[in-house]
Design a protein around this ligand. Sequence first.
Ligand code: BGC
Length: 347
Amino acid sequence: MDYSMRYFRRFLYFSTFLVFIFTSILTLYYGKETFHFETGTVPTQAQGTVPNTHHNNYQHHFVLIPEELDNDYWRLVEQGARDAAKFHNVYLEYLGPKQANTAEHLKTIDMAIAGRVDGIITQGIGEEQFNHLVTKAKEKSIPIVTIDTDAPESERAVYVGTDNYYSGFIAGKAIINDTTGRQHVAIVTGRHDAPHQKLRVQGFMDAIATEKRISVLTVEESNITEIGASEAAHKILKQYPSVTAFYGTSALDGIGIAKVVSNLKAEDNIYIIGFDILSETLEYIENGLIEATVVQFPYQMGYESVERLIQLNEGKELQPLQHTDTKIVHKEDLPLDPATMSGGQQP
Ligand code: BGC
């Protein structure tokens, strides 16, 4: 190797090292700036924080990190967590990606750890890097509660949320009970690589496995957006004209599918089963466009996860799997009781 090449390589190694040091310092600095405050004080407005000025003597400081900040489903989780936080005098921050984004999600966890908060509630992510972060938090005595999606391979203390395999299984049983004759099903799933979405698909597949008249044509991704679900439904209807049923596995999928099916005036021939009971889904069930939905209890998840973190901070040993309820809702189950409608909030 000639001299200039060796010199260039050294320069390259050195600059990469410098960039690494610089970004680590930034993560630490912003993590501390964003999250750190002494218990009992009101934090100053730092980047991305929403100081809760109603309480001055907080017992704990927790962070809730959703898959997507402004998603209606996650807003219900947030509401539950905020009510529990208010009741127990906890300072709670709700921070994370504006739109589903794993890298940003992981970065938010890392910053919360750097800020030495008293506990983190986060959707579980099926990646090695997530497991490393959970271990890092544990080493710093910051307990992690996974919510909505578990990460059983990580060292998270507790999971609060739906049994996702079971919820997919009951969706499969519902289509068996609700239909007759040959069914060609297309699945629209939030994200192919999200563990809970995979479980919802797997549970469904297992439920219909022995039912010869029902088969699955394809599984497409919506990226958890309504527009993504509509695009997927469009593509499926074009590519598979024999499709007779859709199964949407995240909160906005059923809505996106229903819009396309209704535009084509194909609702009489197509069966749709979705997930969750956001207000638009409810309307579609009322007018018969969506036949059924798998209900979850996001408000309850938020509320309970805060209480579990408090108990972990008190050194209590907890049962790691804390499943919230899940059930199928059809038109004949309407009107729903207010607790189901609001994701588990007691009236
Ligand atoms: C899932 C969440 C997801 C949301 C997307 C829900 O069904 O449980 O993980 O973020 O749908 O809209």
